[in-house]
Design a protein around this ligand. Sequence first.
Ligand code: MN
Ligand code: MN
Length: 461
Amino acid sequence: METKELKEKLFMARPNVYDDLSEEARAEMNDFSAKYMRFIDIAKTEREAVIEGIKMLEEAGFKSFEFGDKIEKGGKYYYNNRGKALIAFAIGSENVEKGIRISVAHVDSPRIDLKQCPVYEDGNMGFFKTHYYGGIKKYQWTAIPLALHGVVYRADGSVVDVCIGEDENDPVFYINDLLPHLAKNQMGKTLAEGITGEGLNILIGSEPYSDKDADQRIKLHMLKLLNEKYGITEADFLSAELTCVPADKAREIGFDRSLIGGYGHDDRVCAYPALRALLDHPNPEHTLMTILADKEEIGSNGNTGMECIIFVDIITEIANALGANERLVRRNSKCLSADVNAAYDPNFAEVYERNNSSFINRGVVLTKYTGSRGKGGTSDASAEFVGFVRSIFDREGVIWQSGELGKVDQGGGGTVAMYVAEKDIDVVDLGVPVISMHAPWEVIAKADLYMTYKAFSVFNK
Ligand code: MN
Ligand code: MN
């Protein structure tokens, strides 16, 4: 055998999605990318993702489900968990004891949350105090335009939805940074210490209230404006969830427009294709479930995170309604835990191990295990299950790659896979490679997004 043939036979192929992309597939990829960009512009927080997700589900004929409601074969339902997480499911034609095909992604992203008593003034400026959400490099969030999103529950029980900074006529908000001329001490600090958590204060205005004799005139003016617009007082911040996210919209990057820059690709770049793969599969054979989870970025805790028992309760409801053994349903279920991975970046090559890193344009990444320091905090999918997923991807022409997060002992990270695995469900991590993960603006490739959509689609088939 020629060396070339032998290599082709024995070496693993690492194709680029563009190597074998038909014109038809390219058009579909571009169309899918445009719709994805629209989704992430509208749905910047988990609450907004749930609202937009419900719109998409209802357009596709899914109905709101409450515990106790009837579940029928061929039925399509969604469960809105407290406005922050969504569980959508479609009952397939086969016996549900053969298991459910579950896709789970998260719709919360790193951001700057307001503290409960946020408003103050100092140095002739008004500010909000904040407590950042998720793992961020704090210095990246200064000196960029920010938008304010969230809800306020007033004392009378009524709710106000807030969204300021997304319309081009809206004002935006800002976190101050230090001018380089006076940054001698700051520049000597580490990146972790140059901007502190308590330094992430949001600039919200500067004009004082008109009464020259009043105390705290800027704070008073800001609260007056908020009261006029939303009918809220300082105490109402106590029962609010307000957050600042980058005010920018998603944009194509590069001369060839092959990349997408945007806020919070992690993990809406998996959530959107997971949802679309459910909607685009009208009469499933398997029972399908897509979960858009909250709280992943802070550990999946809380009753809207994947540690909550809710998705098991829904599986129980489905099993009971169809006269199936619930334990058997879970036992035979299969799950794609969909989350982003770190794309190999030649600018930071030292933290990656090339042989086991994911690369831009090599398609959806399959990650057998995550975790850190000796696989701590991972579910580590079985060889059998990885083999199953691999075989359907290869059979159906999904371009995929294997990748772990970076070099051993360099750091690491976890996903929701372990919370699914502990319910006796086979699960493996899969997702889109991302550049600059957790930065205010992250980068992904259209080709990888498209292959991730294909991956969910063939998994559901
Ligand atoms: Mn994630
Ligand atoms: Mn993340």
